[in-house]
Design a protein. Structure first.
Length: 212
C-alpha cells in the first residue's frame, strides 16, 4: 500500500463496479483477476475465503495499475496480514469500530459492513468514509439506497451482496459511490465465456447514463 486512503476512495468511486473474488484456490483467483483486469476492471476485491489469500494479494499488488482490496476481514490479525501483503483497502461484512480506528491510525481505507440506518449512521459518526451496505439484495436493492440517502445525502455507500450485473447501474443511479459484484465471471447472460462476460459488462457500464 502506497496511496493514501483518499486516493484509494477516489479510485473506487471512479471504477464504480468492484468485482469481488471468492475463487476456490489461489491459482483460480489469479486467473480470474487476470481476466477482470485485462477486460478493464482495475479495482478488485479478493476475500479471505480464498485459501492463502495473502499470497494472492501480494502477487496482484505487483501487477501494474491494479488497486487491490481485501474482503471478508473479520479480525485484526486478518487486517494486519492483508496490509502486510500490500492491500490498498480493507472491507468487512460487519461493523466493528476497531477496523475504522485502525484505518484512521494506519492511513488506509477501511470499509465496514452495515445493514441498518442506525449502523450506517454510527459507522459514519465513527469516521468511516465509505460504508458497505450488505447484503443489499436482501435489503431492498436500489430502493433501500434511495431511502438511506434521502435523510443522509452525504453518505458514501458501496452496495454489495447478491448484486446482478444488470442491477449495477440502478444502484449507481440511486446514489451508490460503488457497487461490489461477484457474479460477472459466471453470468451466462453476459456472454459465452468469462472474458466475453467482462467485455460485455464493461461496455454496458460505459454506455450507462452519466458515463463518458
Amino acid at each position: 500500500m502506497t496511496a493514501s486512503a483518499h486516493d484509494i476512495l477516489d479510485r473506487i468511486a471512479s471504477a464504480q463496479a468492484i468485482p469481488v473474488l471468492r475463487s476456490a484456490d489461489p491459482e483460480t483467483a489469479l486467473e480470474d483477476a487476470r481476466i477482470l483486469s485485462q477486460g478493464g476492471l482495475r479495482v478488485i476485491e479478493v476475500t479471505f475465503s480464498i485459501p492463502d489469500v495473502e499470497q494472492v494479494i501480494k502477487e496482484l499488488c505487483s501487477w501494474q495499475g491494479l488497486t487491490i482490496g481485501a474482503g471478508t476481514v473479520l479480525h485484526p490479525a486478518q487486517a494486519t496480514a492483508a496490509l502486510e501483503a500490500g492491500a490498498d483497502f480493507l472491507v468487512s461484512p460487519i461493523y466493528d469500530r476497531w477496523l475504522i480506528d485502525e484505518g484512521r491510525q494506519g492511513g488506509f481505507l477501511a470499509v465496514p459492513g452495515c445493514a441498518t440506518a442506525t449502523e450506517i449512521f454510527k459507522a459514519r459518526q465513527d469516521g468511516a468514509e465509505l460504508i458497505k451496505v450488505f447484503p443489499i439484495a436482501r435489503l431492498g436493492g436500489s430502493r433501500f439506497i434511495k431511502d438511506l440517502l434521502a435523510p443522509m445525502p452525504d453518505l458514501r455507500l458501496m452496495a454489495t451482496g447478491g448484486v446482478k450485473a444488470s442491477e449495477v447501474t440502478d444502484l449507481i443511479s440511486a446514489g451508490c459511490s460503488a457497487v461490489g459484484i461477484g457474479s460477472i465471471l459466471a453470468d451466462a447472460g453476459l456472454g459465452s465465456n468469462p472474458a466475453a462476460r467482462v467485455k460485455a459488462f464493461v461496455s454496458a457500464m460505459l454506455q450507462a447514463p452519466g458515463q463518458s
